[in-house]
Design a protein around this ligand. Structure first.
Ligand code: AHM
Ligand code: MG
Length: 344
């Protein structure tokens, strides 16, 4: 357990107050993070009910499946988690607008509530394909500043590169519920103490090992990858006898939050590269809701994040739901993957 200065366990609330006193965040950002964390607790409880809460399965009714802007069938928990985050964040006065992977367009805060200076983006329930089989899923979020002088932000005001993020985090709903957060001064993990309902600091200043022998990728897409990716993974698989000179292990949960959390814990490289199936869309994972917040968290933990050809956080977004190829995790290994792409 990572204690406060007085030796007592450090709650998320106390951590944020100390960050505010140190001048690293203001009161509005503190409130925003508290509200998102509270929503994550509700999502954690809802996810944990499973079949008993009637929350498994697809959204939509007799009229057929409910399809989101991504063209994907929504699960009931996608919709519920989205509603929990929208409701929690509407009235606090800390936000100007919010955007979700599950909604076509961003939403300004309703006129009946005061409007703040921040923009919030989220993937309410990442890893949806794992919901019904009781495997870890999670929430990912990213916070940007609302541009000065804009009263009612629209989609275009969200199109800021990842370097402009002021905070990012994810909450993984697994055997433990863990919130991992950065406000630009390191990456920290808080475990939900289910008995008292409070997030408690359990790792201050996560450091991702620079070297790794573990990679995460959906190998079933191998034949659809571009030549640099084929060569890179081919060399990983060649192990000790190959050019990399060491054996690699592989993991693929198919929940980005869970795969990234493993990398935060023990290192590794996560990739969802371009393949000929997702190439027309630019990739599989979303820049604004998945790649950028994870890239910010990973860089703040000493790791690296790239599209394979460009530092992730420097990509200039062109659309709210834009997709990108993703390579992130242990610094040296991400640099290796980038090197294969630079060779063409
Ligand atoms: P989702 O946000 O609709 O759940 O999709 C994103 C997920 C990631 O969590 C995960 O890395 C990837 O999709 C898994 O894709 P695949 O099913 O192709 O392995
Ligand atoms: Mg997702």
């Amino acid at each position: 357990m990572t204690a406060s200065d007085d030796g007592k366990p450090c709650s998320l609330t106390r951590f944020l107050i100390e960050e505010q006193r140190a001048g690293r965040i203001g009161p509005d950002l503190r409130l925003l993070i508290e509200v998102v964390a509270r929503a994550c607790k509700r999502i954690s409880i809802t996810v944990g009910k499973g079949a008993l809460g009637g929350v498994l399965g697809d959204a939509g009714g007799a009229q057929g499946a409910s399809i989101n802007i991504q063209g994907e069938a929504q699960k009931k928990l996608d919709v519920l988690s989205n509603e929990i985050l929208l409701e929690a964040n509407a009235w606090g006065g800390h936000l100007a607008a919010l955007a979700s992977e599950e909604m076509d367009h961003s939403q300004p805060i309703p006129d009946v509530y005061p409007r703040g200076n921040y923009l919030l983006l989220f993937d309410p329930l990442d890893g949806s394909s794992n919901i019904d089989v009781n495997v870890s899923v999670g929430t990912i979020f990213s916070v940007l500043r609302s541009p000065e002088g804009v009263d009612r932000p629209g989609d275009e005001h969200f199109l800021q590169p990842g370097t402009a993020q002021v905070a990012a985090g994810y909450c993984v709903y697994g055997p433990q519920t863990t919130l991992v957060l950065t406000v630009g001064h390191g990456t920290h993990a808080f475990t939900l103490d289910r008995e008292i309902g409070s997030f408690t600091l359990t790792t201050r200043g996560i450091r991702i090992p620079e070297e790794t022998k573990e990679f995460a990728v959906n190998m079933s897409n191998q034949r659809f990858w571009e030549p640099p990716m084929q060569r890179y993974v081919g060399d990983l698989l060649a192990g000790k006898e190959g050019p990399r000179g060491k054996d690699f292990n592989m993991r693929w949960v198919a929940s980005m939050v869970a795969d990234v959390h493993r990398i935060m814990t023990r290192g590794g490289i996560f990739s969802y590269p371009l393949d000929s199936k997702c190439a027309p869309k630019g990739g599989k994972l979303r820049l604004m809701y998945e790649a950028n917040p994870m890239a910010f968290l990973v860089e703040q933990a000493g790791g690296a994040a790239s599209t394979g050809r460009q530092r992730m956080l420097e990509v200039q977004p062109t659309g709210l739901h834009q997709r990108v190829p993703v390579f992130l995790g242990s610094k040296r290994e991400v640099e290796e993957a980038v090197r294969y792409h630079a060779e063409g």
